[in-house]
Design a binder for this molecule. Structure first.
Ligand code: 5RP
Length: 232
């Protein structure tokens, strides 16, 4: 069996996603693009083929900056009614294609772009595959004035809540939407669809990192045996 590093696996799935998109998406369409280290590798892999697309819609300022550096036409999501495909990573994915996302803090924009897409192609290495979602804390994006109240409500659901800080600093992490993120550990995610809705009902919550209502359609996952392609 091959022993690939995690970075090699991410590169392999990024290349596989490039091939999947070029094969299945007609020229002249608009592609949705996600956020994170795996999505970054995908952006770099698809960059030489950017003329295949009329443009792209991005899920974060970080991805937009990277896409623009490559010369992509980055479109405002308000100017498109539908995207044939959206390619993005995940922090966890269960056997039904429900995902947990938001490790990079881009969950709300990711959900908006995913909602526009006819097909969500999740790309990740095999370490992200789980039986039940919830080992990774559930990120919840919150309007700052509601932070304390939402924290109490999430604690009532059984969560252990941490206000996200910028890595290696004491500064509060601020999202592209000028909101903050509460990372909620210890939640029992036996029904991700219900929990996603329940958290979204708390006033002040912008969005949470459970992608269960709009889950993945295709998973490209890299492991020791190479790339596996799953359709949900
Ligand atoms: C960012 C995300 C990412 O898709 C997720 O964190 C996976 O990132 P990586 O590819 O770096 O492991 O949801 O908000």
């Amino acid at each position: 069996m091959n022993m690939f590093t995690q970075d090699q696996l991410k590169q392999m799935v990024a290349d596989a996603a490039r091939d999947e998109v070029l094969k299945n998406m007609a020229p002249g369409g608009v592609l949705g693009i996600g956020t994170g280290s795996t999505a970054n590798l995908f952006i770099d892999a698809i960059a030489p083929h950017q003329n295949h697309f009329a443009g792209v819609v991005s899920s974060s300022q970080a991805s937009t900056d990277r896409l623009k550096k490559h010369g992509f036409v980055v479109l405002d999501s308000n100017t498109v009614t539908s995207l044939p495909m959206y390619v993005d990573g995940a922090d966890e994915i269960d056997p039904k294609g429900h995902m947990l996302k938001g490790g990079g803090g881009a969950l709300t924009r990711e959900k908006i772009v995913a909602q526009l897409a006819q097909s969500f192609i999740c790309i990740c290495d095999a370490s992200k595959e789980v039986g039940v979602i919830g080992k990774f804390p559930v990120p919840v994006e919150v309007i700052p004035m509601a932070q304390a109240q939402v924290t109490r409500e999430l604690e009532q659901l059984g969560g252990v809540v941490t206000l996200r800080k910028v890595k290696g600093s004491d500064q509060v992490f601020v999202t592209d939407n000028q909101a903050c993120i509460l990372d909620v550990a210890g939640l029992k995610v036996s029904d991700p669809v219900s929990l996603e809705s329940e958290i979204n009902q708390i006033p002040g919550v912008v969005c949470n990192g459970l992608f269960a209502r709009r889950k993945a359609d295709v998973l490209l996952v890299g492991g020791p045996e190479g790339i596996r392609r799953l359709v949900y």
